[in-house]
Ligand binder design. Structure first.
Ligand code: FES
Length: 171
């Protein structure tokens, strides 16, 4: 475009937004691809770390509380208690094999109350037919059937003589 004097004029947009190529910082396609690849790898790694941390189970100690007399439960029997607060329903089970175990009674699907089913030695949620193992030790109440995907929090027990105490929750 030429002005009245016959000089070449820049288009208006180039005057408004001038590009100074000599000051520009060039990024090659290879550098951009490398940056995108590394960025994606970092995001994948961060997501994996968050997922692993979310699944790691942590024990939280509370004031020990006497739950029951150990002799009060025969194999295949259960009783309900609350721990660590009155708002936290739990279930103490003497499995058919004779082990004492305790778990939160709140289903990890939609929070219905699970019950002990002695016929198959499992914890059952009647709301949506959820089924949990009732194993002593680390594995605890893993989900077996139905919609629940996370295990029930485990209540750590300490048997002192004939007294059963709850001392911590592993969630
Ligand atoms: S609330 Fe327990 S299975 Fe849905």
């Amino acid at each position: 475009m030429a002005d009245d004097d016959g000089r070449t004029r820049l288009p208006q947009w180039k005057e408004d937004f001038p590009i100074r190529w000599e000051e520009d910082h060039y990024v090659t396609r290879r550098e951009l691809a490398k940056f995108l690849t590394l960025g994606s790898a970092l995001l994948v790694g961060a997501n994996a770390a968050v997922a692993i941390a979310g699944r790691a189970r942590r024990a939280k100690s509370f004031e020990p509380r006497r739950v029951a007399a150990a002799s009060a439960l025969a194999p295949g029997q259960a009783l309900l208690f609350r721990y660590p607060t009155e708002e936290d329903p739990c279930i103490l089970v003497r499995t058919r094999a004779g082990a004492l175990v305790a778990f939160s009674q709140v289903c990890t699907h939609l929070s219905c109350a699970v019950v002990y089913r002695a016929s198959d030695d499992k914890l059952y949620c009647p709301c949506h037919e959820g089924l949990f193992a009732c194993d002593p030790g680390e594995r605890g109440a893993q989900p077996l059937e139905g919609p629940p995907e996370r295990p029930l929090p485990r209540v750590v027990l300490d048997v002192r003589g004939d007294d059963v105490y709850a001392t911590a929750v592993v969630a």
